[in-house]
Design a binder for this molecule. Structure first.
Ligand SMILES: [Zn+2]
Length: 592
């Protein structure tokens, strides 16, 4: 807009071009008149906010490219009265290849007064509101954690007075065995979380999701202990994050067969329509590999890992449940020793998610690491030490799909849980490799015009999850060797998810002034409510264009722009529990 040039009045005064120019100039002036009132997408802020004493940066991209000469000044306005409380200068425009944008930065780090503000650029407009404060991310943590409660299956859900009407009666109350499971008849498998926009439940994706939440508690327990999630168990003496994780954990434990193996998933054969969960009457079937031993190794190893963590974290609150979890973990591990790589593919006639994985050795490494950490027994440490070295290269960059690449959590767990009898060489190798990668990620993030760790290759299905995993990676590195540059770069990735992106969109439903509106999420798309269910993270841009909506976007879009806030764009706008868990970890890490 600012680069618009008025045509010369000396040329062809009554031409069609001039008439059009006058109309355009009128529109431009009218747009400018409203600029002070209406937030503009040209200014990108974290719509939640910025911690009081950390870096504070907003980003600016002008439609049609930067003005000549470039716009140079900005001011911070106090939202209560519109008073300008800070004046600053924008950096020169910088080209961002991932989005194709020319990006200018507005740094107001030196402004340190708590409150609610917006950022204004004369001639461009005003940003969405944001807060500056000590605990700016606490409410977003609350929202992101409560989103798991909203995904609960097998029980009535009510998001409470904050979100009246966001309720559903108990759903999927009858489980049964699918022929591929090797068993027949009903199976009392109710509970767990709906995995994503569908109503399926999958042990493999439950593994990384539940494991990440339990780690969030183990690592950041002090910071989140007092945050009440207002869920049915609140006030029972157990921290709420553990109450919520247990809902899914108990379902995972029910997916374990008597021989110790875990079935892969419990879903209908086909996805239901966009109906509320209680109206989905398709049989909810426990599915296996279709041939003996019917259970799969990745699912079983993930169950072993998560149940081993559970044995540690629930012990002070429910020793009986902790012991039961440890027993399940041991039996699951033993099953994987007998069947080290039984993989899963959908049985004929089944079209729901697969979460298939060709190699389960990294899942076994994770199970061994967590069992070693919990029990200190040599059977587990021997497996870990005999196998960890081949997975060290997996630390060089966060995996783009965290559910099928468990090596990083396996390796990190060995360092995080280390005791004096642990192998010093292994610990050193894992630490050094992680720190080297984290320094490189932090440097790259600082240099990136959008201040994000993402590279072109990272705009895959669930790219917002990749972004959150970069944050998690940096925060783990900070545990190994505290470094403010890791924490700042992790927070930069959080800023991206909460609005400081090319769309100026908060990718968490009902969070910020301009959140995305149309998740591929059946309860949000069933027509009962205008707005989506709260606290859910969108999958984000997907350069793979794996749905018709993305395929219809212009052909030359750069990767960060291949996104559509549409219900039908399952490849860019679905929600999913593993991305959600990474977001929770990142938010908890950034609490003060
Ligand atoms: Zn359900």
């Amino acid at each position: 807009m600012a680069g618009f040039r008025f045509p010369s009045l000396t040329r062809a005064p009554f031409s069609r071009e001039l008439s059009l120019s006058i109309v355009l100039a009128g529109l431009l002036l009218s747009a400018l008149a409203h600029a002070a009132d209406n937030p503009t997408l040209a200014i990108k802020v974290d719509q939640v906010g910025y911690p009081l004493d950390g870096p504070k940066v907003a980003l600016v991209t002008l439609p049609g490219g930067p003005a000549t000469p470039p716009i140079t000044t900005f001011q911070i306005l106090r939202s209560s009265d519109g008073a300008a409380v800070f004046h600053g200068k924008l950096t020169l425009p910088e080209a961002d290849s991932n989005s194709g944008d020319q990006v200018q930065a507005a740094d107001f780090s030196s402004f340190r007064k708590a409150g609610t503000y917006s950022l204004e650029i004369p001639g461009v407009g005003r940003s969405w509101n944001f807060s500056i404060g000590k605990d700016v991310f606490e409410h977003t943590y609350y929202m992101a954690m409560r989103a798991f409660y909203g995904q609960r299956c097998g029980t009535a859900v009510d998001m409470g007075p904050e979100f009246p009407g966001y309720t559903h009666p108990a759903c999927h109350l009858h489980g049964e065995f699918h022929p591929s499971s090797g068993a027949k008849g009903p199976r009392d498998n109710i509970g767990g979380w709906h995995d994503a926009g569908d109503y399926g439940r999958y042990v493999v994706n439950s593994g990384v999701s539940t494991g990440t939440l339990l780690w969030t508690w183990e690592i950041y327990g002090k910071k989140i202990k007092g945050i009440r999630l207002n869920i049915p168990e609140t006030g029972n003496g157990t921290p709420d994050i553990l109450n919520e994780a247990r809902w899914n954990l108990e379902w995972m434990l029910k997916m374990q067969d008597e021989d110790g193996g875990a079935w892969q998933k419990q879903t209908s054969e086909n996805f239901p329509g966009f109906i509320p969960p209680e109206d989905d009457k398709l049989p909810s079937e426990v599915m296996g590999t279709g041939a003996a031993p019917y259970k799969s190794t990745c699912a079983t190893a993930d169950l072993a890992a998560v149940a081993a963590i559970a044995a540690r974290v629930y012990k002070p609150y429910d020793a009986k449940f902790a012991a039961l979890s440890l027993d399940a973990a041991r039996r699951a591990w033993a099953w994987t020793e007998k069947y080290p790589n039984v993989t899963f593919r959908n049985p004929p006639g089944v079209n729901t998610g697969v979460y298939g994985d060709a190699t389960c050795k990294d899942e076994r490494l994770w199970a061994a690491a967590e069992l070693d950490r919990t029990t200190g027994e040599t059977a587990y440490s021997d497996f870990f030490l005999n196998n960890y070295a081949e997975f060290l290269p997996k630390l060089d960059s966060p995996p783009v799909e965290n559910w099928n690449q468990m090596a990083p959590m396996a390796l990190w767990s060995y360092v995080l849980g280390h005791r004096k009898e642990f192998d010093a060489q292994a610990i050193d190798a894992i630490r050094q490799r992680t720190l080297a990668a984290a320094h490189s990620i932090a440097d790259r993030t600082r240099a990136n015009p959008y201040h994000v760790s993402m590279q072109a290759k990272d705009y895959v299905w669930g790219s917002n999850g990749v972004d959150a995993e970069y944050g998690m990676y940096l925060l783990i590195a900070d545990l190994f060797a505290p470094d403010p540059s890791f924490v700042d770069a992790a927070r930069d990735n959080l800023h991206y998810l909460l609005g400081r992106n090319t769309f100026s969109l908060s990718w968490v439903t009902r969070v910020g002034d301009n959140p995305f509106q149309h998740p591929h999420h059946r309860p949000s798309g069933d027509g009962k409510q205008d707005k989506p269910w709260p606290g859910l993270l969108s999958g984000g841009p997907n350069a793979g264009r794996a749905d018709a909506v993305l395929q219809a976007l212009p052909k030359d879009l750069p990767p960060a722009k291949i996104y559509a806030d549409q219900l039908a764009s399952y490849a860019s706008n679905e929600i999913c529990i593993n991305w959600q868990a990474s977001l929770v970890f990142l938010l908890a890490g950034e609490l003060r």
